[in-house]
Design a protein around this ligand. Structure first.
Ligand SMILES: [Zn+2]
Length: 376
């Protein structure tokens, strides 16, 4: 079966990010597009990490479907070689089988089908394979959108599993804050001579723990959260530490403003400082991305629901996501982008990652029908 062959080939082309080496997949897809007479362009910020886009049809509207070519590292616990695809129990095993090489194999199969009816398309189907999704997309989709003038009217990112039962339309925002605490070094037997950067940081972290963010409930997203993800400080038991650092991962809702959250955190530091004058903590933003949502009445969402119902007999549900995906950079440019894919969510980034061959083939049929319906 060609879909199985393609997915096995893709898994066997190792594209662990870092370093990525997505050129391996791009060379493979270049051959696939050439063989199937599909026009394509390559866009590269770094020649080892190119992006490739296939074009079918012409004019507007433009529908982009994007499956990334990189994967996370293998990690521990595999019972087979993660970079040598294995077919067993009607499933395909290997790193990237689901995230995102399975959906990519289905996308290539759909492109081949659409090629047969290319002349009937009213608009353009962009078969997009970006690099670098697992490490922030600076070489991948962000580069394509911000530097290469790729501007679709609709976009779909098959990168969220959900066994085709979910359409992800909303994502929380991300704010990573680094708190740097400064103190004064001294001998551990004379702590009164120093300023303890660690205990001062803890005073502030305790206030942050009690901090209730203001937000409006969202029908698809759970409450905003703060995770104390990293903490560092101190060199030896008999020294007063002069520096300490903590990093907070804050996930917020579309009704919240990250600047307001930052101001609130700064005010909590001020409040702590009013009680303890030795507190000296500044805040750096390490990462900031807006919360995003796509209107549920968007045409693409209606088509995904209808086609899935017709093809598989069930209608996918509209959902939101706590995580952040590539869809964000599209939505930031007012391009409606949704997540819709096959596979099980628990398979992401774990050992023995696998997909069911049946679902892989169903997904390529569903994708083909969605493209036909959007561009008719
Ligand atoms: Zn992915």
């Amino acid at each position: 079966m060609e879909s199985v062959k393609i997915l096995k080939d893709l898994i066997n082309l190792k594209t662990v990010n870092p370093p990525g080496d997505e050129i391996r997949i791009v060379n493979y897809i270049k051959k696939f597009f050439t063989k199937n007479k599909i026009k394509f362009k390559i866009f590269a910020k770094d020649k080892k990490r190119p992006n490739i886009i296939g074009y079918l049809g012409k004019g507007k509207p433009r529908l982009l479907i994007s499956c990334h070519s990189d994967t996370v590292p293998a990690g521990e616990g595999w019972s087979t070689n993660p970079f040598k695809a294995v077919v067993k129990n009607k499933r395909i095993y290997g790193r990237g089988a689901l995230d995102d090489k399975g959906p990519l194999a289905a996308l290539l199969m759909a492109a081949k089908e659409i090629k047969k009816i290319e002349n009937n398309l009213k608009g353009t189907f962009l078969v997009c394979i970006p690099s670098d999704e697992e490490r922030g997309s600076a070489f991948g989709l962000k580069y394509l959108i911000n530097k290469c003038k790729i501007k679709p009217d609709f976009a779909m990112m098959p990168d969220n599993a959900g066994s085709m039962k979910h359409i992800s339309v909303a994502e929380k925002g991300v704010l990573w804050l680094e708190l740097n605490s400064k103190g004064k070094i001294a001998h551990g037997s004379r702590p009164e001579k120093g300023i303890n950067a660690v205990s001062n940081l803890i005073e502030v972290l305790n206030l942050i723990k009690k901090y209730n963010m203001k937000f409006k409930e969202h029908n698809l997203l759970s409450k905003p959260t703060i995770n104390l993800g990293q903490i560092q400080g101190g060199n030896a038991p008999n020294m007063v530490p002069s520096i300490a650092k903590a990093v907070l991962d804050i996930r917020f809702l579309p009704s919240q403003n990250p600047q307001q959250i930052l101001n609130d955190i700064k005010n909590l530091i001020k409040k702590a400082k009013n009680k303890n004058k030795t507190i000296n903590i500044n805040v750096n933003i390490l990462e900031k991305a807006q919360a995003t949502e796509v209107d549920e009445n968007n045409k693409l969402i209606g088509i995904i629901k209808r086609i899935t119902k017709k093809t598989l007999g069930f209608e996918p549900k509209i959902v939101g996501d706590s995580g952040a995906s590539d869809a964000k950079s599209l939505i930031a440019k007012s391009i409606p982008a949704v997540g819709f894919s096959f596979g099980e969510g628990k398979m992401f980034h774990v050992a023995n990652e696998n997909v069911k061959i049946k679902e892989l083939n169903q997904f390529s049929v569903v994708l083909t029908e969605i493209v036909k319906s959007v561009l008719k």
